[in-house]
Design a protein around this ligand. Structure first.
Ligand SMILES: [Zn+2]
Length: 179
């Protein structure tokens, strides 16, 4: 997740003036659930968002990051693996931000459909890293999947030989989201 993906921004619990027994403080889930409060390196094995990524994705990411570093470009991870609970929290925040479940679906998947929950997606920054990846990523099988999410990368091993598949305009066009 990136600076420009506001759904991730944790909402501060606000105090209800007319407090009632049914009102609950929103629970903010931490690093163990895949939160990335500060961007981290792709080599950070102590951050579950990174360490719990699919090993093949992580391997491709680290090989690309080493080669990018030789070009003076650093990769940072803004989001990666997430627990289903954390994904659900992000979705709730997106629904309240965008005003409807339909609009939120353009940006945040459900726990059942998210490639982040299965460890198959990583959100990368900064823009120099994205620029490097859009040029060289396919050679590692690293592909941008959604046109509206330039930070979101997944592994497409066939891209090494054939290039990345065409992007979906946004996640609502991705058949994986139709489950
Ligand atoms: Zn993502």
């Amino acid at each position: 997740m990136s600076y420009s993906e506001p759904a991730q921004t944790a909402t501060r619990p606000t105090r209800s003036v007319v407090s009632s027994t049914t009102w609950t403080v929103p629970r903010t889930l931490g690093k163990a659930h895949g939160a990335v409060p500060e961007p981290v390196s792709v080599f950070d094995d102590d951050t579950p968002a990174v360490a719990n990524l699919d090993p093949e994705l992580l391997d491709a990411l680290r090989r690309a990051a080493k080669d990018a570093a030789a070009d003076g470009v650093e990769f940072v991870v803004n989001g990666g693996w997430r627990s289903p609970e954390y994904q659900r929290q992000l979705l709730r925040q997106a629904v309240s931000k965008y005003g409807s479940a339909e609009e939120a679906a353009r940006w945040v998947a459900t726990p059942d459909t998210s490639a982040h929950v299965s460890g198959d997606a990583v959100d990368l920054g900064p823009s120099a890293a994205r620029a490097w990846l859009s040029e060289h990523g396919a050679g590692y099988g690293l592909c941008q999947i959604y046109a509206n999410e330039p930070w979101h990368y997944e592994l497409r091993p066939e891209a090494v030989e054939h290039g990345c598949p065409p992007m979906y305009a946004d996640p609502t066009h991705d058949p994986r989201m139709w489950k």
